[in-house]
Design a protein around this ligand. Structure first.
Ligand code: ADP
Ligand code: GN1
Ligand code: MG
Length: 357
């Protein structure tokens, strides 16, 4: 999008630009123009095919969070996203079917963490995501739309991988036999959380479903978690999805697409720090089965992401953006290597949690 288009779109939204008389000059007429900073985002309509439902979710969830944050004496303008409607009162602006925009208040004085993060930052991230989930504990979950159906249904992700292998659309299956073998050999525990939900041992909650550490804004000075952002995938899900996904990235010693697998390992100290923050918020809300599966969830979510990358590589890179050839394959190999390391450290993490309880 060029600057001019962005500017035209910006004018569609009900922003609060102000113009007041300024100073005490005797000669000229002087005015101060103020405008708060805003975030303008184009919604990816290839992935989110119903932007109206998506924005309804975000509006309802942020309105609920706003009330909860006010009730506990916090600042809702910093603690949650604020959706700015268009001048005609819509939640988003549709230039055409493909180009749909939304606006949020920009939350000032914050930063994001783009690497895995120090244990201190991970503790804060744990508090941030845990707090988000706790505040949404009483949200009427049945009112939420599923913005991407079966998003974390791991067995269906396994089926999608099998289909991609069968179809072999990009002619790449022969070159990744070892990765496919490892993925399918480990598919036996893919249904653990889905089964737990089905049996009523794991409750459905309002979950974020994309808890990358860069989806939290941290205070630029104190480093404390300020606001959970990127709410497109807020849907009914399991707390284990959010816990596991946060550590999939936050717990890794290397970037998600690091091709040198000798650098890929899981940092148990990151798990300890994140779990500490998360449990300070969520311990009293979680059921026994959820607590039990926290270490497992890190392996599960890393596995799920690994097979999603592998599937996309086999399909010819149609879902995840790539900036170089084979990036999805590097990501897949990286995540599957991380699964091996997490599995080797799973028991240590379980013991760590037991001594904390
Ligand atoms: P994506 O889905 O592409 O990851 P995000 O919603 O996470 O998009 O936004 C991308 C980046 O924009 C964030 O990582 C953050 O740096 C910044 N950002 C988004 N919303 C806000 C906001 N309300 N205030 C400040 N920064 C924001
Ligand atoms: C995508 O948009 P982003 O980068 O926050 C993906 C996540 C994956 C992640 C892997 C809607 O997240 O599910 O875990 O990439 N989001 C969607 O890095 O598919
Ligand atoms: Mg994001």
């Amino acid at each position: 999008m060029d600057k001019r288009t962005a500017n035209d779109i910006w004018h569609q939204f009900a922003t609060d630009a102000d113009c007041v008389s300024y100073g005490n000059g005797h000669i000229n007429d002087t005015y101060l123009m103020t405008v708060n900073p805003y975030i303008l985002q184009r919604i990816n309509t290839d992935i989110f095919q119903n932007p109206d439902e998506l924005m309804e979710n975000i509006e309802n969830v942020t309105a609920f969070l706003r009330r909860r944050i006010l009730a506990e004496g916090g600042d809702p303008d910093r603690g949650t996203l604020t959706v700015i409607p268009t001048k005609t009162g819509e939640r988003c602006f549709k230039l055409d079917e493909k180009n749909v925009f939304r606006m949020y208040k920009f939350i000032t004085g914050t930063k994001t963490i783009e690497d895995s993060g120090t244990p201190e930052a991970l503790y804060e991230a744990g508090v941030g995501f845990g707090h988000f989930q706790r505040l949404l504990d009483a949200f009427p979950i049945e009112t939420l739309h599923e913005t991407i159906p079966d998003f974390h249904h791991t067995p269906k992700r396994v089926e999608a991988l099998k289909k991609a292998v069968r179809e072999d659309r990009a002619g790449r299956a022969d070159s990744v036999r070892e990765e496919i073998r490892f993925a399918l050999e480990n598919a036996c525990w893919a249904d653990t959380v889905v089964k737990g939900i089905g049996e009523g041992k794991i409750p459905l909650r309002v979950t974020h479903n994309d808890t990358k550490i860069n989806n939290i804004l941290f205070d630029a000075v104190s480093g404390k978690a300020v606001c959970v952002i990127d709410l497109d995938t807020v849907m009914p899900g399991s707390a284990l999805y959010d816990f596991g996904d946060a550590l999939r990235l936050g717990g890794s010693a290397a970037a998600e697409d690091e091709a040198d697998l000798s650098r890929v390992s899981f940092r148990v100290e990151a798990f300890e720090a994140f779990a500490k923050g998360y449990l300070e918020e969520m311990r009293d809300c979680l059921r026994e089965r959820e607590l039990e599966l926290l270490p497992f969830s890190v392996k599960l979510m890393t596995y799920e992401c690994g097979i999603r990358f592998l599937t996309d590589y086999l399909n010819g890179d149609t879902y995840f953006k790539i900036s170089r050839k084979q990036q999805n394959l590097d990501r897949a190999r990286n995540q599957l290597q991380l699964v091996r390391d997490i599995a080797a450290k799973e028991q240590r993490m379980e013991e760590m949690l037991k001594t904390r309880q």
